[in-house]
Design a protein around this ligand. Structure first.
Ligand code: NAP
Length: 345
């Protein structure tokens, strides 16, 4: 063990309790333990940037989902970027930059049998910065790419509406839909986010759902109706968009952040009969289903970043201690762009 690693401490954030509603400080426990070196086939990663995601709220709940809940007492699950600091695996060398499920901690020991499950992969820093690897080139970008391309199936001239437009997934969806020749209307909270989406990301329009009626905004900006709705928020906004869809519209159910902290059972969309009338369909997307196709999507999106057709915005918060408060930003719109925790310091 090198002297540095011999004395290194892993700082961690563990799930202490299952929240009711918004997570509170008492739902987390900060722990520290000495760093352990990998056995044969394992890798030790020093985390630099962690991804804070709305899905984390779901992982804190008991119950069946597309992935097992985080157990009480376990290190909170998180994707991240880091540097290999010790390796007994020929596929990873000390100094390699990697992405994977690192957890909310400063060091992640990935044993031989967990390399695949943790999605540990070397990243090419020539294609994008660390934070872009958690945004457009990472999980949110892959979600936007496959949700839009495989489920939305955009055609030139169609009208695409995307909620959470200034956020991580929304940025990729809207810009990609523009590249594919669509008219794109975002929905976001606040004048600054709407301005960013139109002026910097090149959307055709953006509806500020906090300032006025989404219904009026859709009438104004989508006079020919909506062909694809990429839904990141669920709730009333989904219900409203359902009243404006065209025949054969596709609704991509990516997320429903407005419902994640609800203490009452989630209500289904009231206006679902619009699907019948319009011969439309609504389909969920889970990004992990597309893992084998990530390399092709990353190559395409990296090309757009390089030639300037796509921009990315990340909102970086410093320090592991900031995790509980930073996570809450996702649920009140306090983040402006992909929320990232910098734990490199
Ligand atoms: P994000 O958009 O970067 O951040 C969350 C944003 O949600 C906030 O900034 C806020 O933006 C908006 N929001 C929060 N509460 C809201 C409410 N009550 N009504 C309307 N908007 C609200 O987050 P992200 O990482 O890109 O995730 C976006 C969605 O995609 C989430 O629902 C997430 O769960 C989902 N997702 C799904 C998959 C999948 O595989 N299915 C993968 C990744 C993400 P405003 O300021 O505009 O309100």
């Amino acid at each position: 063990m090198s002297t540095d690693l011999a004395s290194a401490i892993n700082h961690q954030v563990r799930l202490a309790a299952r929240p009711l509603g918004l997570p509170r400080d008492g739902d987390w426990r900060f722990t520290e333990e000495p760093v352990a070196l990998p056995d044969e086939g394992g890798v030790l990663v020093r985390a630099t940037h962690l991804s804070l995601d709305p899905a984390m709220r779901g992982w804190m709940n008991e119950g069946k989902s597309y992935i097992a809940p985080v157990g009480i007492g376990e290190v909170m699950r998180a994707g991240g970027i880091g540097v290999v600091v010790a390796s007994k695996n020929p596929a990873f060398a000390v100094g390699d930059k990697v992405s994977g499920t690192l957890g909310v901690q400063t060091y992640c020991l990935v044993p031989a049998g967990h390399i695949g499950r943790s999605g540990l992969a070397r990243i090419d820093t020539k294609l994008g910065s660390d934070t872009q690897w958690l945004n457009v080139l990472g999980m949110p970008g892959m979600t936007g790419y496959f949700g839009l391309m495989d489920i939305g199936q955009p055609k030139p001239g169609e009208t695409v509406v995307v909620s959470g437009a200034a956020g991580a997934v929304g940025q990729t969806v809207g810009q990609l839909a523009k590249i594919k020749g669509c008219r794109v209307v975002g929905i976001a909270g606040g004048a600054d986010k709407c301005r960013f989406v139109v002026d910097e990301l090149g959307f055709d329009a953006c509806i500020d759902y906090k300032a006025g009626s989404v219904r009026d905004g859709l009438k104004q900006h989508c006079p020919g109706g909506v062909d694809i709705y990429f839904d990141n928020v669920g709730g009333e906004i989904l219900d409203t968009v359902l009243t404006r869809i065209n025949r054969k519209a596709r609704i991509v159910i990516c997320g429903a952040i407005s419902q994640y902290n609800a203490t009452a059972p989630v209500q289904g969309p009231k206006n679902y009969l619009s699907l019948l009338v319009n011969r439309a369909r609504m389909e969920g997307v889970v990004v992990f289903d597309y893992a084998e196709r990530y390399p092709a999507a990353i190559a395409e999106l990296a090309g757009y970043l390089k030639d300037g057709r796509m921009k990315s915005r990340e909102d970086v918060v410093k320090g592991l201690a900031s995790f509980p408060a930073a996570l809450l930003r996702l649920f009140d719109g306090g983040n402006f762009g992909k929320l990232v925790l910098d734990v490199s310091g």
